[in-house]
Design a protein around this ligand. Structure first.
Ligand SMILES: [Zn+2]
Length: 82
């Protein structure tokens, strides 16, 4: 039982970490599985865990100028209504 619970929490944590964020200024995509070598961010650092001082390595935009990349099927639904 305990082992199962542990595994479950590991999986859900992994899902959150995988969320990518896109810079609205230059289009740079922050991938948590890679991190930001230039900015001294190690791999597997989720966007929310980045320091407040972190900025886009490409254009210097602040974290507030990043938007979460949605990789769901919403676009497919839009296509169907056309
Ligand atoms: Zn940028």
């Amino acid at each position: 039982m305990i082992k199962k619970l542990l595994l479950k929490s590991l999986i859900s944590n992994g899902g959150k970490i995988m969320e990518k964020y896109e810079c609205l200024v230059c289009g740079y995509i922050y991938d948590p599985t890679i991190g930001d070598e230039k900015g001294g961010v190690s791999a597997n650092t989720s966007f929310n865990n980045l320091p407040e001082t972190w900025v886009c390595p490409e254009c210097g935009a602040e974290k507030t100028l990043f938007e979460k990349l949605e990789e769901e099927t919403q676009q497919d639904e839009e296509e169907l209504t056309e």
